[in-house]
Write a protein that binds this ligand. Structure first.
Ligand SMILES: Cc1ncc(COP(=O)(O)O)c(C=O)c1O
Length: 353
């Protein structure tokens, strides 16, 4: 009897990415709960069935041109991925040999560690400091890793590390520094203008969050040309499908959409922060479209009570975050419904003993 083949050792101990169970009110994945970029519906209305037969463009050229125009760089400085998480994987595989160091600052986007381990890299954690989940820039500098990840604003903590600290990390290292700006639209200031001066900087962006196009899986990275050329040596062709390229290219023509989502998110985030604090929660200051909060009761029980009421928020296995939950910020009606269910769930769970 034949056995199932064994994977590489570095893969055997990993577990697939999980998400919260689907719930009528999904506040667990930081997607846009406002509206998607209107170009989505406009572009779909113009799609011809003929389009289905051909491959999309090899390197998503039209998308890269639009992204370059929007961000003031050259098209050759843009690489696309099937979501920005593909570019995290790629950056590690291209710039760190197996056994070489990849540094990150947990708690952060958990896929960094998974991709690094799968690539056989040596994962070097430089934990965020308490209180306030602040960046240990000296720790990241001391690690001297081949690839270093900084997530700004950080997921899941929501805060945006001081610009000068992150810049010190990029300038002080020779290895690649990936500044993940998946939530960069919400904070306003970006590391993109520094790309022209810093040959070791790769900035990652996604259309999954403020743009409201998570279903299309559009991520892109911007760096100086040699970094992009090296990424393209390993990344497969046609990574954006034709629909994603069409709609993603159009999305840049509607900056008003992102501006509105960011403005409304910021208003609702302030309101939700206040409301949570009134209920005795600790709230980590957020520059993103989600809030990390510590309830005055058992977080796992509150999470389960919310789930029974049809509300999914994110809970964490990481020991430093077990007392915390994370919720996406949405429009006013979402905040109202969340707070109503939260109050009901808090009554059920009661204060912690
Ligand atoms: C910090 C961060 N980076 C990258 C991603 C990946 O996003 P996507 O693959 O949808 O572009 C996420 C998704 O939640 C994220 O939170």
């Amino acid at each position: 009897m034949k056995r199932s083949p064994m994977p590489r050792k570095s893969v055997d101990s990993l577990t697939p990415y999980t998400e919260e169970p689907h719930a009528p009110l999904n506040l667990a994945d930081n997607t846009n709960l406002f509206e998607p970029n209107p170009c989505f519906a406009e572009a779909l209305a113009q799609v011809q069935p003929d389009m289905a037969r051909s491959y999309p463009s090899l390197q998503s050229e039209r998308f890269c041109e639009a992204a370059a125009r929007a961000h003031g760089v050259k098209p050759g400085q843009v690489a696309t991925g099937n979501g920005s998480n593909e570019l995290i994987d790629l950056a590690i595989r291209v710039f760190a040999e197996p056994g070489e160091r990849v540094a990150w600052h947990p708690p952060s986007f958990s896929m960094i560690e998974v991709f690094a381990r799968a690539a056989g890299a040596q994962v070097h954690a430089v934990p965020l400091r308490q209180p306030g989940f602040t960046l240990d820039a000296d720790g990241l500098l001391a690690a001297r890793a081949k690839v270093t990840f900084v997530c700004r604003p950080n997921n899941p903590t929501g805060n945006s590390f001081p610009r000068a600290e992150v810049e010190r990390v990029v300038r002080g290292l020779d290895g690649l520094v990936v500044v993940d700006e998946a939530y960069g639209d919400f904070v306003g200031d970006s590391f993109l203008p520094l790309v022209k001066d810093l040959p070791n900087l790769l900035v990652l962006r996604t259309m999954s969050k403020a743009q409201g196009l998570a279903a299309l899986r559009i991520g892109y990275g911007i760096a100086q040309e040699p970094v992009i050329q090296n990424l393209l040596k390993v990344r497969g062709p046609f990574r954006l499908n034709a629909l994603s390229e069409l709609i993603g290219t159009r999305a840049f023509e509607r900056p008003d959409h992102v501006e509105r989502v960011v403005r409304e998110t910021s208003q609702e985030r302030d309101r939700l922060t206040l409301e949570l604090r009134t209920r005795g929660m600790a709230v980590n200051p957020s520059d993103a479209n989600f809030i990390l909060f510590r309830p005055p009761t058992d977080a796992a029980r509150l999470h389960a009570a919310l789930e029974r009421r049809g509300v999914a928020v994110r809970k964490f296995g990481d020991p430093g975050l077990r007392a915390w939950l994370r919720a996406t910020v949405g429009p006013r009606w979402v905040t109202q419904r969340f707070l109503a269910e939260l109050d009901d769930a808090l009554r059920e769970v009661g204060p912690s003993r």
